[in-house]
Ligand binder design. Sequence first.
Ligand code: NAD
Length: 369
Amino acid sequence: MSNPSLLILPGDGIGPEVMDQVIRIIDWFGEKRDLKFDVETDLVGGAAYDKHGVPLADETMARALEVDAVLLGAVGGPAYDDLDFSVKPERGLLRLRKEMDLFSNLRPAQCFDALADFSSLKKDIVAGLDLMIVRELTSGVYFGEPRGIHKEGNERVGVNTQRYTEAEIARVARSAFELAKRRNNKVCSMEKANVMESGILWRDVVTEIHQAEYPEVELSHMYADNGAMQLVRAPKQFDVIVTDNLFGDILSDCAAMLTGSLGMLPSASLGAPAANGRPKALYEPVHGSAPDIAGQGKANPSACILSFAMALRYSFDQGEEATRLENAVQSVLASGVRTADLMQAGEADPVSTTEMGDAVLAALDASLQ
Ligand code: NAD
């Protein structure tokens, strides 16, 4: 049998720097755990624009549709800010998400004990936090028609449309229930059924899918505004939260900040399962290309490393190895080894991106003893 395939798109700014550490870790799993991948690397974002005049070449798009998973660093940077909208680096990422039909966006909010002090909330509220937000990514108000700005009499009117079909709700609900089965078996669905018809339909369809296919999972419903409040009041009550594109955008950023630094946050975007049972999948850190620190060896590679851990778990069914990698990152942080973004005021001697990679590799070695 051939090895599972990975397409690596490091992108721009700190993307290549953090991805270099992930490539070392992929090699480690090949050598030490006999978990080998067929890895190919290509361009996306500004790097692709520089070579091809577009932020994602057609051949790269075609490969992304063929491989078992795509791992992306970050795109964008000041050099590309004045480009036409159609060729901006972000368009490369949006094309990947659209053509791979990645409708389910997984954003974990996990608070490593060593970083509990970095949260804006009290330590006891976030210590041990481990929740997952599943955001619908390809429909809803960001895509609904009609949309636009038009004139009504003497004034301009801006219009966007929140629109969901039953099928769109059903598939993301299934994605959340499947995830909950691998975790703590609890899903909380968030919408605004009190004021939005699309919210009423959302609640109906999630309930139907639950009763018909996942009665063993505990399901609750919450209005999204209350959900925002509960996320900062008592976030540990949640296991999996499933919500639409707009509410998910806001709630996932809110949940992310419960855990501290942008340099720690991974994500996965999943599509429909292919013939081999694996969903189309794109894994990427939440952060951008961080032009302010690019090329200086200051970037924290953890978010990108933890995105690869998500790939191990959700694309390659290697939950134990994913946990090994997550534990390695956690133990490095607990030992006090930190990149600059994780230093408190007054602390000195941050490690570089490569030294952080060294430390994670050493922790992985230690996990075998
Ligand atoms: P950013 O996430 O790149 O940076 C925000 C701040 O966080 C910066 O101060 C940066 O130094 C810091 N930071 C981010 N990641 C870090 C890491 N791994 N380690 C240490 N510090 C880190 O967001 P921005 O500055 O708003 O955007 C910069 C560029 O990135 C823009 O061109 C933007 O369009 C793009 N962007 C891309 C993505 C993506 O590729 N998915 C996401 C967001 C922004």
